[in-house]
Ligand binder design. Structure first.
Ligand SMILES: NC(=O)C1=CN([C@@H]2O[C@H](COP(=O)(O)OP(=O)(O)OC[C@H]3O[C@@H](n4cnc5c(N)ncnc54)[C@H](O)[C@@H]3O)[C@@H](O)[C@H]2O)[C@@H](O)CC1
Ligand SMILES: [K+]
Length: 524
């Protein structure tokens, strides 16, 4: 599991060390870690370090200090290192170290000619160390640094062209370490070397896409860190946590998933959703819907028990409601019943409007998992605002600029878990638990993926519904109501892994669902 922290959390953990005068030692350790990754990348690209042209884009604070000390190390290995000072000063010891190692300094804020020279130097470099802003940033890049980065990006080589390698110091400058927001220009990094702990901004969109590979250099702060701001499940977590049957299990103890999906207009969603719940290992899958859809469900997944019942007549451990369930009053009545009841449920697509109404009436709770994509979240937030449950209704651009904020807002306003689907999917629970998963192939962006995800989520939700400690192996934080958020993140991870199981290429949802089975054959 990756645990990530805000810049303020890491700075607070560092404070006692700084008060004991260990700041310079921490900086040297950070800079050494940065230099090692830069050396590795340079060797990969050009075989040798000697003679490499390295530019350090250096800000005025300690982030710049890290970059200058790392630049000194590269200079001692024979690289030609130029520090581009973007502000009115440089970290004094860092500058002295760089000069002593033979590095040079270009004061880029000294007027237009200096700025133009800086841009040429960056574009001609083999490697750029981006050390303008780190955890001390307030907002995006401004001033000379912003002008340089903008001018460089204007002339950035097309894919396949020879662009300099970019290694970011702590975070790509201009990306918020706390939120992943990127206000203004940012040089996209091939690698980001961070210090003490992963920062929230490395895992949150849109900044996460600008980080490249993230490497964390330990600074010995681990014991001083508080609870993380967010988490990401990795393969080992999924293998350890996914509910598995034991020798004494039977279909009911493993979890029955009830699926309210499909309609005469959209029967396919029900087929994909039920199939995925079966493939994800549910003990039993029930389907409720119209006669035509039921018949198709039985033909494509004979394992499923389909009926025209009402949810009140059935005992299941978890519901999945909404995929393809539009324009059908009987389905709408079933959805309302599930939303008003206590049984955990995945609430998708056609059920999100009903969920917003139920939330405004106070009916939802932490066992309900809403699964909007960005466009649907905008709609849900607009409904919630119209119903008086939130103050603000953002547009899509606002949601995409700070998705974590709006996923959290929706979770607090509804009292439910909100899964904001995207290339990076965020899982926000009321009370503040936040997970971020980025496991899927870009090919997942296809009609029917969401129906498949809902089915997978239903299966894991049914498996944990009656077991508050189902995921206690992940830590104390994952007990009780938090397990619903963990279940959602597990489903997102498995769905993402399945999309890559056969390499990168098209993943029609039926094939994706089958790949879920191979992913779940992971060693426990
Ligand atoms: N605190 C510590 O013990 C350690 C900190 N380290 C490094 O120190 C960094 C934090 O250093 P600082 O607190 O000095 O902060 P930064 O170096 O991130 O930035 C602060 C400087 O940038 C200016 N600034 C802020 N926002 C700006 C903007 N939007 N545009 C232009 N200039 C802006 C400020 O006026 C200030 O001079 C970390 O990211 C990390 O790289 C590491 O050396 C490890 C140890
Ligand atoms: K930086």
């Amino acid at each position: 599991m990756i645990e990530a922290y805000t810049g303020a959390q890491v700075r607070a953990a560092e404070t006692p060390y700084l008060e004991r005068g260990q700041g310079p030692a921490l900086m040297r350790r950070a800079a050494h870690g940065l230099a090692l990754v830069a050396l590795e990348r340079l060797r990969d690209r050009r075989g040798r370090v000697a003679g490499a042209r390295v530019v350090v884009l250096a800000g005025t604070g300690n982030n710049g200090g890290d970059g200058l000390w790392a630049g000194a190390e590269l200079a001692r290995r024979g690289a030609a290192v130029l520090a581009v000072a973007v502000g009115d000063r440089l970290h004094p010891e860092g500058e002295a170290a760089l000069r002593a190692a033979g590095g040079r300094v270009l004061p880029a804020a000294d007027g237009a000619p200096a700025l133009r020279r800086a841009v040429e130097q960056v574009l001609d470099a083999d490697l750029v160390l981006d050390a303008v802003l780190g955890t001390g940033a307030r907002g995006g890049l401004r001033g000379t640094a912003a002008e340089i980065v903008r001018a460089v990006l204007d002339r950035w080589p097309a894919p396949g062209g020879r662009a300099p390698l970019v290694v970011a110091c702590d975070v790509p400058s201009g990306v918020s370490a706390d939120t992943g927001a990127a206000d203004g220009p940012v040089l996209p990094a091939d690698a980001t070397v961070t210090f003490g702990a992963t920062k929230a901004g490395h895992l949150l969109p849109p900044g996460d896409r600008l980080c490249g590979e993230v490497r964390t250099v330990p600074l010995g702060l681990e014991d001083a860190l508080p609870a993380p701001a967010l988490r990401r499940l990795e393969h080992d977590d999924v293998a350890a946590l996914w509910p598995r049957p034991g020798a004494g299990s039977h279909k009911y103890s493993r979890g029955v998933v009830g699926v309210v999906a499909g309609s005469a207009t959209y029967p396919g969603a029900a087929l994909m959703c039920t199939r995925a719940a079966v493939d994800a290992g549910a003990g039993m899958v029930r389907h409720l819907g119209d006669a035509g859809t039921r018949r198709l469900v039985c033909l494509t997944s004979p394992e499923v028990v389909a009926s025209e019942d009402h949810p009140a007549d059935l005992h299941v451990q978890a519901w999945v409601v909404g995929p393809g369930a539009v324009g059908d009053p009987a389905q709408e009545s079933r959805i309302d019943a599930v939303l008003a009841g206590p049984v955990p449920a995945v609430v998708d697509a056609g059920a999100l409007g009903a969920a917003a109404r139920a939330a405004a009436d106070g009916a939802l709770g932490p066992a309900k998992i809403l699964t909007p994509h960005a466009g649907e979240l905008v709609q849900v937030l607009a409904w919630l605002a119209a119903l008086g449950a939130t103050d603000e209704a953002p547009d899509r651009a606002a949601v995409e600029a700070d998705p974590a904020r709006w996923a959290r807002t929706a979770a607090e306003a509804t009292g439910a878990v909100v899964v904001l689907k995207g290339a990076t999917t965020l899982v926000a629970a009321p009370g503040g638990t936040l997970l971020s998963q980025a496991d899927g192939s870009p090919w997942l962006a296809t009609a029917g993926s969401g129906d498949t995800l809902a089915g997978v989520m239903g299966a894991v939700l049914a498996g944990c519904a009656e077991h508050p400690d189902a995921f206690a192996a992940a830590g104390e934080w994952a007990r009780g109501d938090a397990r619903f958020a963990v279940a959602a993140a597990l489903a997102v991870a498995v769905h993402g892994y399945a999309s890559r199981a056969d390499g990168l290429g098209p993943v029609p949802p039926t094939a994706l669902s089958a790949a879920v089975r191979s992913v779940l054959r992971l060693a426990p």
